[in-house]
Design a protein around this ligand. Sequence first.
Ligand SMILES: [Zn+2]
Length: 634
Amino acid sequence: MTLAHEAKQNLAATLCALIACLAPAHAAKPETRNRAEIPAEFRWDFSAIYPSWAAWEQAMQEMESRMDAFAKLKGTLAQGPAAVLKAYRDFDDIGKQQYLVYRYPQLQRDVDTRDQAMAGRFQRVGAVFAKFDTATSWFTPELLTVPQATMEKWIAETPALAPYRFTILDNYRQQAHVLDESGERLLSLASQFNRTPQAAYQELSTSDIKFPSVRLADGKDVLLSPGNYSALLENNPNQADRAKAAAAHVGAYGATANTYAALYNGIAQRNWFLAQARKFPSTLDAALDGNAVPRAVVQTLVDTTRAGTAPLQRYLRLKKKLLGLQEFHLYDNFVPVFRSDKTYPYEMAREAALVSMAPLGAEYAAKFRQFVSGGRIDVYENEGKKSGAYSAGVYGVGPYQLLNYNDTLDSMFTFAHEAGHAMHTVLSYENQPFVTSGYTIFVAEVASTTNERFLLEHLLGQTTDPKERFLLLQHSVQAIVNTFYTQVMFADFELQAHRLVEQGKPVTTEVLNTIYAGLLKTYYGDAVTPDDFYKFTWSRISHFFESPYYVYQYATCFASSAQLFDAMTRGSESQRKAATDRYLTLLKSGGNDHPMTQLKKAGVDLSQRATVQAVVDQMDLLVTRMEAEAAKLR
Ligand SMILES: [Zn+2]
């Protein structure tokens, strides 16, 4: 049991003359960073979860006794459908309570991470959960001692078991890769040292790494920590400074590249060991089995994207031209073509998001209005608050959204993105029983990126200012670069490196550098002037070391939402209506099926090349629109 459904993302608009004129004056963000001085309507109200810490304490005790009682069900499952139903219902009751007791301290910790008492309570919850996980490890193996045919018969005869059908039968699907008791024991004994390459990577890339200082053209020395480095790439107008900084920053990883390569080889070898131990034909098959995604999905994604890099390269050439550069290097991609001092106060963003989602219907709009009406969105930054943005669900209560809203275009899109997650949670919770209320990452980013797209189109429809239109389009194009092209390139890297391991071939620094440099050439072509040091970039990508074969999901989500958006906004009114209904059904379906099946019902088939091609086509369209706006600015 996990609470991993919170999608923590920092992806990312302008306001419409119309709304600006009609709406009352919008207050800019508060000057203060003192939480107590920020108006309550912009802060979370925790009382919907528990009225007090005393109530939380009582719930903790209640939950622990429920957990103890659950452990006593061991040995009963084979007795019949009534015993299975009782176990699942008891497990649900515990699960629902877990959300409440976990979120209450977690959310309060996140708005003031300096509060040690809160951190302590949060750790206490974690310890109780871990104990429960260990105490229930018998559950799935015992369930699987009942033959599948018998279990299916029990489910058919017991209507109350119907909500659990998908979850129960999915255990049988995965049974082929579960080992006998001694095999499982052996693998569990290996689980600690399996994490060693990842732990060593974290130390090497964070605690032990020494970032250099460089002297810039103005004579100032800058230490190239990740924060300083990204700020420099974005703000320094001097290309030679950017070049120097990039070479030095990436070089800090390159300096210990042999160690990074040995660790990455360790990751890939471990993945291959586990895949073989569990009888999967490849590491990719092993990684995709949990969500029942066919391996062809990833291969089709990579192949179609490789063939669809033309609009990406056109975008980079356009930037090169507008920035007036002789050569365009990767370190030039972060300098804005135009700077805008236009601000987008939160209340404006909220109204714009609301209006933009009108195509999703009156019911969606009403629920959205309800969600944003107070207490569920922690809007502004304050001292000690966690950075970034996320949406976190509490079953039975609803979603909570964390923002650090700063009146920029980016923060407006971040709000719309997280609101997409939050509304997905609202619809899923309202329509699903607890057991299938959690959605997978594989569908989560569909809801968020679709809302961003609605916002973009709405804002473009409201402004005729070419500069503002260009910035809006650039924001969206950059999102496609970051969440689609870059992630597919990463997936491509992971596939190539793991294949070498599967074939028993060496994975060395030289090999990894060659793969990475080759990918840069394949994706950016001659739109980017190559720099040798970028071949070390793989060593900077923490996802490669911490969550292999994960990033492709950002790209498949993006492809799904591109296709869904097209279906909902093109064609006849009845076609649009039907597509919108299918989309809302997807959001309402939570986790009641495998994500590929859920998407298929919504009209998206990720095994088809055309689905991926929809993103390439969208990119092409947006870059064409950018070129048109840029021409007006001359
Ligand atoms: Zn997200």
